[in-house]
Design a binder for this molecule. Structure first.
Ligand SMILES: [Fe+2]
Ligand SMILES: [Fe+2]
Length: 177
């Protein structure tokens, strides 16, 4: 009797690692949001709270995929994250570095899925490949604002105002917004 394809141990491990990474991302964004909130950068805080929620959704997406594919998804334990930052700029540099690391990890899962001819996982992870384009773009744009506007009090106030307005034109979606 054919029982269908399940995840290989290597893929299952890689996906569980990614579950952990998304949970860590969520926790990092939450800590960054709290710092912004405490320092009066309320728009940045709101943006980062929303990012924290999104990362949790990413985690759950992979979690359900592992379960649906007959694997054993591991509820992640994550350690301490950074709670203190020296500036608003540092927050967004920290976010960008984190997003770049996530992109690299996603790429590695795709490479692994291709090597193992695991077409379902290849297809599944493509969503994250596209998502990372947007995630990196938005935080990179945020970091650029500090070069454009400087970091005096007025500039920081204006940057905080600008953060929610950074929009991404998805190249995969043609001319739609
Ligand atoms: Fe994510
Ligand atoms: Fe992200």
């Amino acid at each position: 009797m054919k029982t269908g394809k399940t995840l290989s141990p290597a893929i299952e491990q890689a996906l569980n690692q990614q579950i952990k990474m998304e949970a860590l991302s969520s926790s990092k964004y939450l800590a960054a949001a709290a710092w912004c909130d405490a320092h009066g950068y309320s728009n940045s805080a709101e943006f980062l709270f929303a990012q924290a929620d999104e990362e949790r959704q990413h985690m759950m997406k992979i979690f359900h995929y592992v379960c649906d594919m007959g694997g054993h998804a591991i509820s992640p334990s994550i350690g301490e994250v950074q709670h203190k930052f020296s500036s608003l700029r540092e927050i967004f540099e920290y976010a960008l570095e984190s997003e770049v690391n996530v992109t690299e990890a996603i790429d590695e899962i795709l490479t692994l899925a291709r090597r193992e001819n695991d077409y379902p996982t290849e297809n599944f992870i493509q969503w994250f490949v596209t998502e990372q384009i947007e995630e990196e773009y938005i935080v990179r744009r945020a970091v650029e604002l500090f070069d454009l506007m400087g970091e005096d009090k007025l500039a920081l106030f204006m940057i905080d105002e600008r953060i929610p307005k950074i929009s991404f034109h998805d190249p995969m979606k043609g001319s739609e917004k």
